[in-house]
Design a protein around this ligand. Sequence first.
Ligand SMILES: [Zn+2]
Length: 96
Amino acid sequence: MVERTERRDRGDRGDRGYREDRENRSFYRRRVCKFCVEKIPLIDYKDIQTLRGFVSDRGKIIPRRISGTCAKHQRELMTAIKRARNIAFLPFTERG
Ligand SMILES: [Zn+2]
């Protein structure tokens, strides 16, 4: 048996647990509305690829403070997602 010294926390300065890297978020880093940037006037509910980007892996709509979508587009997005759900493009909830 080889004994290894594990040094996972080098230079521990006392405040562990506050390691939230702002840049490391898997969602949109930029706080700009994607649809405004791309100048999309109306969100197409058939555009599943786009919609999926705004739905969590559990099938929930990502709140706009995270996605950065503006109020206007968030509303359209929600309508689009709900519509897509009704025609079974997107799941209501995904059970893992
Ligand atoms: Zn917008």
